[in-house]
Unconditional design. Structure first.
Length: 448
């Protein structure tokens, strides 16, 4: 049975102060065209529908319009959506009961993971097990006994965040709204609990698909993801082996997770670091040997939408590439070359980060560069990266009373001194140094 698998749409994303809704509208138009052409039995959306837990009205309207157009084009298509770590499960679940009658299943409660969405088409049957992003306290009761019907609803239980941490599963304190599982906090613990609820209900002689938003161990990260800290927040990809296919979301690069799991990646690049691995129609750019500017070759990792043919015992997956409205690229070269009329004309319609390779800083380079590159979003200067020389061990820095050799703060203070010298021609005075040190100490306290 053919499925469409997408994830990490991040509708409403602001990229370097640029509203991406037009780009995302074009992205959804491209997905709709593929759905109309490939005619899958189901569309699986593996979380991070929105970029913020409180999405903008425009982002909500965009997704609502997309769902309406998809159902109008193929009334028999089953759509299953789960929230990711960027989404608000409560807000995404609005109208879930009504939507389900139209074949749109908004599964936002972890406790419902043992209730599959059944998909039937052409005499074939498939079960989708939706597992939303698991936040601490996601489960309100222990896993059912092995002989219990894992496919039946488990009842309406509320979360009890007040249960003492030392309580066992059977001893969770009775709260006003029911029992909690206070010991389950890490992603690995919560995922094990979810699979205990699902496993007994897997349907023999039918394809079983897990739909989940998680970080599989060994996966390649990107700059634009919200990072989970620690190995306990990563899921062993071997856990996906009990399913015929695991449709995953969270990691923004298209990649495998064990033999059964796949990430489609985000359809659009949401950071310039991702551009170097395929932000659209190519990778980054580099300086030519003669000191000019050039765009880099190679397309890097493709972006698009996964179409997966799932059957009992396995699957075949194909990434349908998507051509974005604006590619995301990095370019670099001397300011005189990049600002010359007509430079890198093929990049004129791209979202760009420009790195100036001049040995001395260029004052106010943005406006001249935007004459060539109207979608320029970021400018970096190599001069600021190489000006600061390492501070000799133990050398004092004005106002840096908190810095100790080897702790990194003294080097940062020296970077500031080098910048001050370049901008004003003199070292910062003691008062300025003290202000900078106070800000540096504040930033250190706020950074884990």
């Amino acid at each position: 049975m053919l499925l469409a698998h997408v994830a990490d749409l991040h509708l409403g994303k602001i990229f370097h102060e640029r509203d991406l809704l037009p780009d995302q509208a074009a992205m959804l138009d491209g997905l709709l065209e593929l759905l109309s052409r490939r005619r899958p039995a189901a569309l699986l959306v593996a979380g991070d529908v929105y970029d913020r837990s409180i999405p903008s009205p425009e982002a909500i309207g965009l997704f609502d319009s997309f769902l309406n157009r998809v159902i109008e084009a193929d009334p028999g298509l089953v759509i299953v959506v789960i929230p990711g770590n960027h989404d608000s499960a409560a807000r995404l679940s609005f109208g879930a009961g009504l939507f389900e009658r139209a074949g749109v299943h908004l599964r936002t409660r972890a406790e419902d993971c043992g209730r599959p969405v059944l998909v039937e088409r052409g005499g074939e049957r498939l079960a989708v097990w939706p597992l939303p992003f698991l936040a601490p306290g996601a489960f309100g009761s222990p896993a059912p006994e092995a002989e219990a019907d894992a496919g039946a609803p488990k009842g309406e239980l509320e979360f009890d965040f007040g249960a003492p941490a030392e309580a066992s599963e059977g001893e969770a304190r009775e709260g006003e709204g029911g029992r909690g599982l206070p010991g389950l906090r890490s992603q690995s613990e919560l995922f094990a609990e979810a699979l205990a609820r699902i496993e007994g209900g897997l349907i023999p002689d039918s394809a079983n698909v897990l739909l989940a938003h998680c970080f599989a161990a060994g996966g390649a990260e990107s700059e634009s993801e919200r990072v989970f800290s620690g190995t306990a927040e990563r899921i062993d990809p071997g856990l996906f082996e009990r399913f015929d296919y695991a449709a995953l979301g969270h990691l923004h690069r298209h990649q495998s997770a064990g033999t059964r799991g796949r990430y489609p990646g985000s359809p659009l690049a949401y950071s310039f670091g991702e551009a170097e691995r395929g932000g659209g129609r190519g990778g980054g750019t580099g300086a030519a040997p003669d000191g000019g500017a050039e765009r880099g070759g190679g397309t890097g990792a493709e972006r698009g939408f996964l179409f997966v043919d799932v059957h009992p015992g396995g699957f075949e997956a194909e990434l349908e590439p998507f051509e974005p409205l604006h590619a995301v690229r990095r370019i670099e070269g001397p300011f005189s070359v990049l600002s010359a009329p007509g430079a890198l004309a093929e990049c004129r319609g791209d979202y760009l980060e420009a790195r100036l390779t001049d040995p001395l800083p260029v004052i106010n380079p943005v406006d001249p560069l935007r004459l060539n590159f109207p979608y320029l979003l970021s400018v970096r200067q190599a001069a600021f990266e190489i000006l600061a020389s390492p501070r000799p061990a133990g050398a004092p820095v004005a106002g840096d009373s908190a810095g100790e050799p080897g702790d990194g703060r003294a080097d940062i203070a020296e970077d500031f001194r080098a910048f001050h010298r370049e901008m004003k021609g003199v070292d910062p005075d003691e008062a300025t140094g003290l202000v900078f040190s106070a800000l540096l100490e504040e930033a250190r306290r706020e950074t884990p």
